[in-house]
Structure formats: structure tokens, C-alpha cells
Ligand binder design. Sequence first.
Ligand SMILES: Nc1ncnc2c1ncn2[C@@H]1O[C@H](COP(=O)(O)OP(=O)(O)OP(=O)(O)O)[C@@H](O)[C@H]1O
Length: 235
Amino acid sequence: MLLQLSEFSAGYGEIDIIRNIELSVSDREIVTIAGTNGAGKSTLVKGIMGLVPKMSGTMLFAGADLLRMRAEERAARGISYVPQISNVFASLTVLENLKVVNVSGRSGKRLDDMFSVFPALRDRRRTLARSLSGGERQQLAFARALMTDPKLIILDEPTAALSPALTDQVFQRVIDLRSHEVAVLMIEQRARQSLKISDRGYILDGGKVAMSGKAADLLSDPAMAKLYLGINDGH
Ligand SMILES: Nc1ncnc2c1ncn2[C@@H]1O[C@H](COP(=O)(O)OP(=O)(O)OP(=O)(O)O)[C@@H](O)[C@H]1O
């Protein structure tokens, strides 16, 4: 198991926002976190990154105890986080955005790797990030996250504000990430589409895991369809 949370609770003050979460991600797995607005999805992933002030429970990553580690240490151990907005530097070119990721050693080789995975970025390497299309910008955000050669990438709503066509493209890119020996944990409002490309899923409601399991089982569960699917995606 790559990431294992047990009895994990987290919050910002007196009251915990998420409570007693059991969650795991295996090597190269794609896992969706979906659920209602305000359920605590962002708080959960920020907790994994070490960005929430109050946390308790157990959190293991590649066998190490993450809970007491600072955010920088967690990142250094191989977790990359792609926030929902402001995930690239708008005033830098594509090439500059990739170069400023702090990678020790072979960054030239790494750049070549990124351009072979995302050929559109090679063509646009001198373009300012602010001039990229929404889909290209998301590719750049993924490429930046991959520059550090992480074991786990956490994506916070990668398709937010994208058109249906670009959404399909971004989900295809998420599938491609798997060939990079990387696991993906992603928050998605488009739960149905996201589960279709995932191995497993967790549905949060009111700070707790309401449902979890194999993505195919969740997609065919009538209770899941009634309560949590189809509100935000028309597919
Ligand atoms: N920095 C913060 N300080 C205090 N409370 C916060 C903070 N961030 C979030 N919350 C509260 O935590 C709860 C869960 O928020 P969170 O953003 O984790 O939910 P979410 O499931 O990601 O929601 P959405 O789908 O709407 O983005 C909300 O009630 C929110 O008001």
C-alpha cells in the first residue's frame, strides 16, 4: 500500500471537519474522491499534504509515518499536489514553468520526458502560460507535478471550469499518468466520468466516508446513483 489513512480526522479549529476517514491508495492506482459540496474533500487532501492545522489518526506513505511531517517533507517523499486554481505561473513561459520546479540533477532529461508525454507543450514552450488554452494549462500543471518524479499525484478538481471536450482530454491525460509509475488521487465534481477512469472511489458526505469501493461497483450501485451521481455531470 502506498498511502494508508486510518481513523484520520482533521479540521481548522475546535470541531473536526472530517472524521475517522479510512482511505488507501496503492501503487499506480487511480482513486476518485467525490461527494457533496462542503463535505470536506479539499480538507482531506490538504490534510494529506500537511496543510491543515489540526490532524489526528494514522497516515502512512510508503511505510513512513506522514502525520508528524511538515508539508515540505511530505512533498520530498514523493507527493505532488496540483491545486484547482493558480497551478501554473501565468507570467512565465511553458519552458520556464517547468524549469523553476526545483529538481536536483537531471532536469534536462526530465524536460525531454515531459515533452514526449505532452507534445503540445513542446510546440508551445516559448508561450506564456497565460496564453495557453484551459486544456494546455492543465497539461502544464500535470507536467510540473511530474517533474519531481513523485509516487503520488493529488489533483484537486482537474476539470473544473473546462468544456466537455477539454474534460475528456484531461481525463485521458490522467489515464496516461499511470504509465509514469505514479498513483493518482483526485477530487472530482464530475463523479461519474471520474469513476469511469478510476480503480476505486470514496464518496464523502458531511465529513465522513459515505460510500467506498471499486469504481465499477459504485457506478452500478442504485443508492450511489440516486444520492451522488448526476448532479454535476450530465454523462
Ligand atoms: N481554512 C478554513 N478554515 C475554516 N474552515 C474551513 C477552511 N477551509 C474549509 N473550511 C470549512 O470546512 C468545510 C469543508 O470544506 P472543504 O473545502 O474541505 O469541502 P469540499 O468538499 O472540498 O467542498 P467543495 O466541493 O464545495 O469544494 C466547510 O464547511 C468549510 O467552510
